[in-house]
Ligand binder design. Structure first.
Ligand SMILES: C[S@@+](CC[C@H](N)C(=O)[O-])C[C@H]1O[C@@H](n2cnc3c(N)ncnc32)[C@H](O)[C@@H]1O
Length: 311
């Protein structure tokens, strides 16, 4: 069959449209405050004085995972946005701790990065770094990728093979967030934004980067029932933190399937944040642990293995 006989697939899939909508929404929300985007909670005001107003004002969270970190810890914040949560964490972990904020959006990083030296000056120590990556692929530093593409644009299938080989080398030889390198993974209102096909990889990444004995504390929006397909195909509802929301039981199961244990709900808003159609959306904060003996971060699907690692 010649290529002329075969129909060309559409240029983009629905998931690409959703990804672009998320990118556009948070670029705009970085440039101008969008009131009502998520449902931020009050942070202890003692932590706010050192944080520049432009960062403080762009709080698009839905809970308070950062109050669960401890002095001296290495913290990874998934979807760090303007950096507010990272700068609060910086003060809790103190000069012996370290905070890494990861976000895929260059406009959010353009807010967070210039604030970092200012916060460091006011605190008297520097312990926060920001990086650009997709949180479902934390090995891949997107700034390396952009730099490579500027020097080696992809204009042929051969170029594409070269790029794929470079990406593999980056992930294995120079991972942005190495295996077992983080004490606590936090996130505030971001996991719901990751595409349906990438959610499993996302939970796997949380388990991979945690050190044995580490934990995750995540605030996110959950739905009281599976979000209907029509709502999931709506880019505005997706980028507004609704359509990608998991059911609470599926959220906890995803953590367990990634190899973590003791998945527990720490907080659950009694009232829904919003009701759309017959779906109630509310904020929860959950935690899960990585077993101290789980050295490879793999999921405990093997009963023999789970008996030894205690998950
Ligand atoms: C609702 S905002 C929350 C920001 C921040 N956590 C806060 O509490 O203000 C979502 C953030 O996640 C980022 N984001 C969305 N999807 C992402 C992905 N797949 N990888 C990395 N960052 C992502 C967006 O760019 C945005 O900054």
């Amino acid at each position: 069959m010649s290529t002329a006989d075969r129909p060309a697939p559409p240029e983009t899939s629905g998931q690409v449209g959703i990804l672009r909508a998320v990118q556009r929404r948070y670029s705009a929300a970085a440039q101008q405050v969008e009131p009502g985007l998520c449902c931020p909670v009050q942070v202890d005001s003692a932590y706010l004085d050192v944080i520049p107003a432009a960062v403080r004002d762009r709080d698009y969270g839905c809970g308070d995972p950062v109050s669960h970190v401890r002095p001296g810890e290495t913290v990874l914040d998934l979807g760090s946005g303007s950096g507010k949560v990272c700068f609060v964490a910086a003060q809790i972990v103190g000069p012996r701790g370290h905070v890494i904020g990861v976000d895929a959006n260059p406009d959010m990083l353009a807010l967070a990065r210039p604030a970092q030296p200012e916060v460091a000056r006011r605190l008297g120590y520097s312990n926060v770094t920001f990086a650009r990556a997709r949180i479902e692929d934390l090995r891949l530093d997107l700034e390396f990728v952009d730099d490579h593409l500027a020097r080696h644009p992809v204009t042929s299938a051969a170029d594409l093979a070269t790029l794929q080989e470079y990406l593999d080398r980056l992930r294995t030889g120079s991972p942005l967030i190495p295996d077992r390198s983080v004490d606590v993974v936090i996130s505030n209102c971001v996991l719901n934004l990751v595409g349906e096909g990438e959610k499993r990889a996302l939970f796997g990444e949380i388990a991979r980067v945690l050190r044995p004995g580490g934990r995750t504390v995540v605030s996110d929006i959950v739905a009281d029932r599976d979000v209907p397909a029509a709502m999931r195909a709506d880019p505005d509802l997706w980028s507004g933190c609704y359509s990608g929301a998991l059911r609470q039981d599926r959220f906890l199961t995803a953590l367990i399937e990634a190899g973590l244990h003791s998945a527990t709900v720490l907080e659950r808003d009694p009232e829904p944040w919003r009701t759309i159609g017959d779906v109630k959306f509310r904020s929860i904060t959950v935690t899960a642990q990585k077993s101290p003996s789980d050295v490879d971060g793999a999921a405990c699907t093997d009963p023999a293995r789970s008996a030894t690692c205690g998950c």
